[in-house]
Ligand binder design. Structure first.
Ligand code: AVJ
Ligand code: FE
Length: 446
């Protein structure tokens, strides 16, 4: 989005409309009983997400931006995510599916009027259409959340999508060496970047090796077959306690039958696809696999440097392939496909050093806690990021097949508890470069 108000308006309208099409699909492909049911204590009823999407849009675009009076002040507390944990939401006086659809549509009509008449500058909320971009991202984040709910739902499939592309040209290497030295992490210029991605700052990252693709189900099966879940030495202490207590022995949605591993995916059971990035693993499982493989998870800075740093001119790109928006030949995003593409797909989307599938396919766990960047300022509300900073949450990067491009870029940061695995989470691994590799490849003089 440039600074021309008409171009900004067009971009904001498109982002909001794309989100709403997806929201409609996710909330009309099942009946009212399925929309109001709670399919897992970890998730809200789908109808809660729907009205919450409308309510956030009303609060930010109609009230904060346009100064309008609340349409239905009595529902604000019902749709406040901080007042009511997810497990509690089914017992709230929720709008019915019809009411929720109508409310969200009414808010949207008025939000488009605001967009058409707004100057899109003059305040940090309006500059570059930020509030509209933020609300489009918020809706897409809930569209991913709702897709997780669909994955957890029992019963026959309600959603279908074409298969992703196959693995492209064979990989020339399974890992690449990223030279040591500083790079610019985060952003101060990306117009719709959220508060936790800001500001841009220099980060020195010593040389390291990183996998060219996410870890596959086939590789993960080797860890399982080697007794990975039975040996404490691979696990973080808290992770070991957790897998023992809950008797975990495979990724979520996997089960073994007749000597074969199967997994359930959106209502369909299929053999575990060995070439596909492993999905639905917790941070603890990712961390244990990496240790078993003699490796480790990349830090968040290592992930971002691999995804963005252009060594030739010491510049950080918006995406691994450059600064242009994602296209279907570069990244698996937006629920276009309802699964990750096989490891090695999307050659067009690779980084200059040949690292693939950094954007899209699976969210990638990193070694890092979710912490503010130096100079962080909460904006526009503390509850988006600030209240989650600290050692309880680990950072995930790169986006999954389930998230739209408006809510995914080289700087985008997601976070969750290390036990979480209903999310579309996978990982890749890294390792330190040897002392010789460090000095040989550090571009700094002396
Ligand atoms: C950034 C994905 C962790 O879903 O809890 C949605 C996004 N924030 N509504 C979440 C979000 C407020 C958030 N994550
Ligand atoms: Fe929300």
């Amino acid at each position: 989005a440039g600074q021309d108000p008409e171009a900004l308006r067009t971009a904001a309208r498109a982002a909001l409309s794309t989100a709403r099409e997806r929201t409609r699909l996710l909330t009309t492909c099942v009946d009212a009983a399925e929309l109001t049911a709670q399919h897992s204590p970890l998730m809200s009823p789908l109808v809660w997400d729907l009205a919450h999407i409308g309510n956030q849009e009303e609060q930010w675009l109609l009230r904060a931006v346009a100064g309008r009076a609340p349409m239905r002040p009595e529902i604000d507390s019902v749709y406040d995510a901080f007042e009511h944990p997810r497990a509690e939401r089914p017992s709230l006086p929720l709008l019915s599916p019809d009411e929720a659809h109508r409310y969200a549509a009414e808010v949207r009509g008025r939000a488009f009027d605001v967009l058409d008449t707004s100057a899109l500058r003059g305040s940090s909320l309006l500059d570059a259409g930020f509030a509209f971009g933020m609300i489009a991202q918020h809706e897409q984040q809930h569209d991913e959340t709702m897709l997780i709910t669909h994955q957890l739902r029992r019963g026959p499939a309600a959603l279908a999508a074409p298969e992703p592309p196959p693995a492209a040209a064979p990989l020339t290497a399974h890992e690449v060496l990223v030279p040591g030295g500083p790079f610019t992490m985060g952003t101060s210029t990306e117009p719709w970047a959220l508060d936790n991605e800001r500001p841009a700052h220099r980060r020195d990252v010593p040389a390291y090796w990183i996998d060219t693709t996410p870890v596959t189900c086939g590789a993960y099966l080797e860890f399982m077959a080697d007794g990975g879940y039975e040996e404490a030495r691979w696990w973080d202490g808290a992770g070991w306690a957790y897998v023992r207590e809950h008797g975990l022995s495979a990724p979520l949605f996997w089960r073994r039958e007749g000597g074969q591993w199967l997994r359930r995916r959106f209502g369909v059971t299929e053999p575990v696809p060995v070439n596909e990035p492993v999905l639905h693993v917790s941070w603890y499982e990712a961390d244990a696999y990496a240790r078993w493989a003699g490796r480790r998870l990349p830090t968040e800075a290592e992930w971002e440097k691999a995804a963005r740093h252009d060594q030739d001119n010491d510049r950080s790109r918006r995406y691994p392939w450059g600064d242009t928006e994602p296209t279907p030949d570069r990244a698996n995003l937006g629920q276009r496909h309802l699964r990750p593409a096989p490891a090695g797909a999307y050659e067009q989307g690779q980084s200059p050093s040949g690292v693939r599938q950094l954007i899209g396919d699976v969210w990638e766990w990193t070694a890092s806690d979710f912490l503010p960047y130096p100079g962080f300022v909460a904006f526009p509300y503390r509850e988006y990021s600030e209240v989650f900073f600290g050692p309880d949450h680990k950072v995930l990067r790169g986006g999954s097949f389930a998230v739209d491009q408006v809510a995914c870029r080289g700087t985008f940061r997601n976070w969750d508890y290390p036990v979480r695995r209903q999310i579309f989470s996978g990982f890749r691994t890294a390792r330190d470069a040897s002392p010789e590799e460090r000095t040989a490849h550090d571009p700094r003089p002396g």
